[in-house]
Design a protein around this ligand. Structure first.
Ligand SMILES: C[C@](O)(C(=O)O)[C@H](CC(=O)O)C(=O)O
Length: 311
């Protein structure tokens, strides 16, 4: 199933299915495949929604870069992440899978983080087994917590979901491959599955053989592929990922990368030429239309407002 983009919440088509229920339905359908671009702020999410995807991915690396201007070294706190997730989730009913890093503490903290993600309207989250001084999964020197602590993290997450009566999809990510090797990583995914996680994520998968192996070893449990380009994972397109058996692919830098290049080029042009020359679609109306200008005006008019008539 290549699902249609979901209408915005302000659509008149009636109440949309809860994004978490929708994501859950997609991962439970063995024929469904989800391609999710990484988004890092309201604007990048709006652009991705305009293009239309089955789901969006809130990248922790991108959130840290855009909100803090810092590298992906575990510096974003729960409030940073929840604030961003809530902004992104509020823009549409397209399911949002959001990075929840290590869960930000012990079991009580993990439970609290899960509750906060549920309240933020996130459809799915991923939790990993790195230590608190975590880093991007494609950097060296990673360390992971012991198996007991990992099990407790996943268990706390699953129990919090149950208490909240939520459908939120829990994705278990292991970073153990780099330090402990393939068998330990598989073991960690099995433990997470046993504890009730819905989907697996082997971080830093190194070659196509390993991709096929992990999908086969965990089958029929759905697996996510993290397509970080120029990291340790070779680039694999949608068709190939699907044929290998992955059920979801995230492209964390799909908006941050192009945004960086475009901003830098634009700014270098300004410095060099002393002016910016943008096409008309980058004028105020064009940019605001990306951000839902027409819908907001309609909402106002439908409520009897007159303030935005003639905008
Ligand atoms: C997927 C990831 O967690 C993210 O935050 O997007 C990062 C991406 C990155 O920093 O390269 C990760 O793979 O650790």
């Amino acid at each position: 199933m290549e699902s249609e983009p979901v209408p915005l919440l302000t659509s008149t088509d009636g109440p949309p299915e809860h994004p978490a229920a929708r994501l859950r339905r997609m991962i439970e359908d063995p024929n469904a495949f989800i391609l999710a671009p990484g988004v890092y702020d309201g604007f990048s999410a709006r652009v991705a929604l305009g293009v239309g995807f089955e789901a969006l991915y809130m990248t922790g690396a991108g959130t840290t870069a855009s909100r803090l201007g810092r590298a992906d070294l575990g510096l974003a706190s729960l409030p940073d992440m929840v604030a961003n997730a809530s902004t992104l989730a509020s823009l549409s009913s397209t399911p949002l899978l959001a990075d929840m890093d290590t869960g930000y503490g012990g079991p009580v903290a993990v439970a609290r983080s899960t509750e906060a993600y549920i309240r933020a309207g996130v459809a799915g989250l991923h939790i990993e087994d790195q230590v608190a001084e975590k880093r991007c999964g494609h950097l060296g020197g990673k360390r992971v917590v012991g198996m007991g602590e990992w099990r407790a993290r996943v268990r706390a997450c699953v129990a919090a979901r149950r208490r909240a009566g939520s459908d939120i999809v829990i994705v278990a990510r292991t970073d153990a491959l780099q330090l402990l090797g393939y068998q330990s990583a598989v073991e960690r995914l099995r433990v997470a599955r046993e504890e009730g996680a819905d989907m697996g994520f082997l971080e830093g998968v190194r070659n196509e053989g390993e991709m096929r192996q992990i999908v086969a070893d965990m089958f029929p449990w759905p697996m996510v592929l993290n397509m970080v380009e120029h990291g340790v994972t070779p680039r694999v397109g949608r068709k190939k990922a699907r044929s290998i058996g992955f059920r979801m692919v995230i492209w964390p830098f799909a908006t941050l990368g192009p945004a960086y290049l475009a901003m830098r080029e634009g700014l270098e042009g300004l410095k060099r030429e002393g002016e910016v020359r943008l096409p008309v679609e980058c004028g105020p109306r064009g940019i605001f239309e990306v951000c839902g200008l027409e819908e907001d005006i309609r909402v106002d008019e439908e409520a009897g407002g007159e303030a935005f008539r003639g905008v």
